[in-house]
Design a binder for this molecule. Structure first.
Ligand code: AMP
Ligand code: MN
Ligand code: MN
Ligand code: MN
Length: 288
């Protein structure tokens, strides 16, 4: 189904969203209810390193008449930079995919435990370990969970201040991570019959030249698309991403990176149409 084809009516699509199976606030069915309210025609669930919520989201999408794309956002590394690759149209039962996801989740657990121990030694936390409750709750633990716990405890005024004071690079609760290689994440997605999409590339701390090299490396290991239509992105960044997509032969994706309703700058499904001249990755996907 090529929803952006010339002549076809424009339909709202969002190919990057989180549920409470990772660091989103909503259950998969509640995410789908919001998508229905927003009039979305197609939704992908792309939780960090898990496909756990896909069965519930698929069932809810069927009821709501929304096309569903099973996905996940895989954490990996390239040149010491953490990179996220969204896999779309995944065969979730694929063994190599689940092995990759499970290995990263194990690393995530260890990292959040280490962050918790560091923070418990910080005078502001005074022995309180924010990781204990997060790890006990299940799901994929992320630093966003830790940031929310710090806010709830009154130790930070918001998520961003929590990253700035405690969790970001150089801060007392920062624990570096060694994620799998970009190529391994892409291979796991391809093994599951999925389309590997480079997520929010404008947010990586890379020069424009290095971003071009990342896009080339991504394409050469089998990546197929770049997120181009993103909320709040500057016209300059959009132009930069489009240029890289064209140069490297990558298709384009539309991606809110929605996590929770209270965050107005990443709303579900409020995305611009892809510009002309770039192939929509959705044309290579079959929504369920
Ligand atoms: P992790 O994947 O464990 O490093 O957790 C990072 C998650 O925290 C991301 O997926 C974002 O959802 C969220 N986040 C929110 N604000 C920030 C920030 N300033 N820096 C990094 N991550 C952030
Ligand atoms: Mn997240
Ligand atoms: Mn991401
Ligand atoms: Mn995301």
């Amino acid at each position: 189904m090529a929803v952006h084809d010339t002549g076809a009516p424009f339909r709202l699509v969002d190919l990057h969203a989180h549920s409470h199976c990772s660091d989103g606030a909503l259950a998969p069915a509640a995410l789908v209810a919001l998508a229905a309210q927003r009039g979305l025609a197609v939704l992908a669930l792309t939780d960090h390193d898990t496909t756990e919520g896909c069965a519930e989201a698929l069932a809810a999408c069927r009821t709501a008449g929304i096309g569903f794309i099973p996905g996940a956002e895989l954490t990996c590394g390239w040149r010491n930079q953490e990179i996220h690759v969204v896999g779309l149209g995944l065969e979730v039962a694929c063994g190599p995919l689940q092995a990759q996801l499970s290995a990263v989740r194990q690393q995530r657990h260890e990292r959040i435990a280490a962050i918790g121990e560091r923070l418990a030694r910080h005078p502001a936390c005074d022995g309180w370990n924010p990781a204990t409750g997060i790890l006990a709750a299940g799901g994929v633990p992320t630093r966003l969970h830790v940031a929310r716990a710090l806010v709830a405890r009154g130790l930070a005024s918001g998520v961003q201040p929590a990253f700035d004071r405690f969790l970001g690079r150089g801060q007392p609760g920062h624990v570096p991570a060694q994620w799998p290689a970009l190529e391994d994440a892409v291979q796991a997605i391809l093994a599951a019959g999925g389309q590997p999409v480079l997520a929010h590339a404008h947010r990586y701390r890379l020069s424009n030249g290095a971003l071009g090299q990342l896009c080339s490396a991504f394409r050469s290991v089998g990546g197929t698309a770049l997120e181009v239509s993103l909320p709040g992105i500057s016209p300059n960044d959009t132009a930069r991403l489009l240029r890289h997509a064209r140069l490297t032969g990558l298709a384009g994706s539309v991606a809110s990176d929605f996590h929770e309703p209270g965050v107005p700058w990443r709303p579900l499904g409020r995305l611009d149409k892809l510009p002309d001249g770039i192939e929509p990755i959705l044309s290579r996907l079959q929504p369920l």
